[in-house]
Design a protein. Structure first.
Length: 232
């Protein structure tokens, strides 16, 4: 059997539990070993990103042409096999019990603020929402949707929070710029931060940071699931 680069890439994507980047695919292929048949892996050690990109495109075209139940999707900075949205009703039923609980409205509001104004402190999030957010922040950390990115230079050096790779995957985003109205909202947030820093207006007159409406979650909450191998 003659193995093609496209088949290797497809096998890696099928077995991966997260999106794979071009660099990761290239490194895996370059470092793979086979003691019994070394020649089967040696021929692929020097593949470049361009060749892998062509293989990814070929896999995508094959799945689309064959009208397979899953598709190749660019998500979270990498590539992943996902079930197609039209099969969501059956997948929802299948995964209903195993699916994680949906995010609450307070969690979504807090997450949108972090996504928009990151890095941001807990106190700033609470100030924008007008309520305590300790429990929500803790929950989002546990779900790996946000992470600690450092400390502020403000008095007390409070922790700063930002979104994670898991956040991108959860909401089906390639990057933060895919968020609805991300550019516009970031510009407004930057203007607000500048105004705060220069004390141009009194605090009571500052406009509230607009909430970011996150897209409907994909894999976990809408039945679109990663394609993973079955256990033997």
């Amino acid at each position: 059997m003659t193995i093609e680069l496209k088949q290797i890439v497809e096998a890696l994507l099928f077995s991966a539990e997260r999106p794979l980047t071009l660099k990761e695919i290239r490194q895996i292929i370059a470092e793979a070993t086979d003691d019994e048949h070394p020649e089967s892996v040696d021929g692929f050690r020097n593949v470049c990103d361009a060749e892998i990109a062509i293989a990814l495109d070929a896999v995508k075209v094959d799945f689309d042409f064959q009208q397979r139940a899953f598709q190749l999707v660019e998500i979270g900075g990498g590539w992943r096999l996902m079930s197609r949205p039209e099969y969501a009703p059956w997948l929802k039923k299948l995964l209903d019990e195993a699916r994680p609980h949906r995010l609450s409205q307070p969690a979504l509001e807090t997450l949108s603020i972090v996504a928009l104004r990151q890095p941001i402190s807990r106190a700033d999030v609470a100030g924008i929402r007008g309520v305590e957010v300790d429990g929500v922040i803790r929950s989002l950390l546990e779900r790996d949707l946000i992470t600690i990115t450092g400390r502020s230079e403000a008095p007390g050096r409070p922790l700063l929070y930002g979104t994670t790779q898991r956040f991108l995957e959860h909401f089906g985003l390639r990057n933060l710029d895919d968020m609805p109205k991300a550019t516009e909202l970031r510009a407004q947030a930057a203007a607000l931060q500048t105004a705060e820093a220069k004390a141009i207006v009194a605090p009571a007159e500052l406009p509230l940071t607009p909430e970011l409406t996150l897209p409907t979650p994909g894999p976990e909450n809408e039945g679109q699931t990663p394609t993973t191998p079955q256990s033997n």
